[in-house]
Write a new protein. Structure first.
Length: 365
């Protein structure tokens, strides 16, 4: 009946506890009318996916792809092919880009179908943010280039977040800040934001990247930060300058150090990621502004209302094209295939043991 499928499951209360669970072979999957079976071919795995797991309960990331009680399927961005279709407008063999579980396949129920793609209307996803439920048809995607699939998986979802953070900050006139401090400066979302800020004109704030000592040469080599400092040197930053803190690391220790250093000169503080997921902590009681969680889909929905969907996509596509050219030189793509490799890369990423210039692409089979 063909090779069995598999789901990679993560214990919700212990992200280091994982297992593979066998699922039926693709040929054995029964589809209802209107359903489509997508065979996952490849996806990126980065610290962003650890963020999805760390915020799985609070931000409902676990809800996209149901799993047995106490377990979760970590969402990833990548590519799949239509293995079977019972929808008249979706053909077998189509290639799609979108949001998938770490599984061999996914059953979706397409609606709002256009040349660009479709929305999965599966009942359990209807209350979730639509930005994650859209599947792009690569044949009609102007941003798609076949030999750049790896970079699209690695960067496109992260850069979309970077684009939206910069837009949000600019929309709020940078909260009056003259400096923007980014933690986890070697992360793809952070240097995507730094790149966007570097393109914002002469009146933009200074961009300071915080990173671990070992990553300083890599971050400096990116060329999009005005200043790079280690976490140990937070106390040496100019505390008299009105500043904004964008926290990509999610480390309570770093957040506390930044807030206690800048105090009332910190004009805004937001959390975006959780690469240091095991060192988190609430921001209650810290000097300066109350840290808030930046939710990219909210800004995307605002701008789609402001600019229209086509206007939003046009601006994002232009920014993406400008970013991709240098970004391809910053990352070395590594491909990994099969269950043992998926488990190894997952655990390495969870432990923060991935080089900043390493881009991991995983394939289930």
């Amino acid at each position: 009946m063909g090779t069995k499928g598999a789901d990679f499951l993560v214990a919700r209360d212990d992200l280091s506890n994982t297992k593979f669970v066998e699922t039926p072979a693709i040929a054995e999957v029964d589809l209802a009318d209107g359903e489509v079976l997508l065979e996952v071919s490849s996806y990126a795995f980065t610290a962003n996916n650890i963020t999805y797991a760390a915020f799985g309960e609070a931000m409902h990331y676990w809800d996209f792809f149901p799993a047995p009680d106490g377990w979760g399927r970590v969402p990833v961005w990548g590519f799949a092919e239509v293995a079977a279709s019972r929808h008249p407008d979706i053909e077998t063999g189509e290639r799609l880009y979108g949001y998938f579980p770490m599984s061999s396949y996914l059953v979706v129920k397409p609606v709002n179908i256009s040349d660009a793609g479709f929305i999965d209307s599966s009942e359990h996803r209807q209350a979730l943010s639509p930005i994650y439920n859209f599947y792009s048809r690569t044949q009609k995607d102007p941003s798609y280039v076949a030999d750049q699939e790896d970079f699209q998986s690695l960067f496109r979802p992260l850069f979309t977040t970077s684009f939206l953070i910069e837009d949000f900050l600019a929309d709020n006139e940078y909260f009056g800040a003259k400096t923007i401090v980014l933690s986890s400066a070697s992360s793809k979302t952070a240097f995507g934001l730094a790149f966007q800020l570097s393109q914002s004109g002469d009146n933009r704030p200074k961009v300071v990247g915080l990173t671990s000592p070992g990553n300083i040469p890599f971050v400096e080599g990116l060329g999009c930060y005005d200043q790079v400092a280690s976490y140990n040197d937070i106390s040496k930053l100019d505390a008299a300058t009105p500043s904004v803190f964008v926290d990509m690391a999610g480390s309570g220790e770093v957040r506390s150090a930044v807030h206690h250093h800048f105090t009332d000169n910190l004009k805004y503080s937001c959390s975006v990621g959780a690469s240091h997921w095991d060192k988190g902590g609430a921001g209650d009681g810290l000097p300066g502004p109350q840290p808030t969680l930046f939710f990219a889909p909210s800004q995307a929905q605002k701008r789609q209302k402001d600019w229209g969907l086509e206007g939003f996509q046009s601006r994002l596509s232009s920014a993406w094209s400008a970013f991709l050219a240098p970004a391809r030189g910053w990352i070395k793509v590594e491909h990994h295939k099969g269950q043992a490799a998926i488990e190894r890369i997952y655990q390495q990423t969870l432990a923060g043991d991935v080089r900043p210039d390493q881009g991991n692409i995983l394939s289930p089979n």
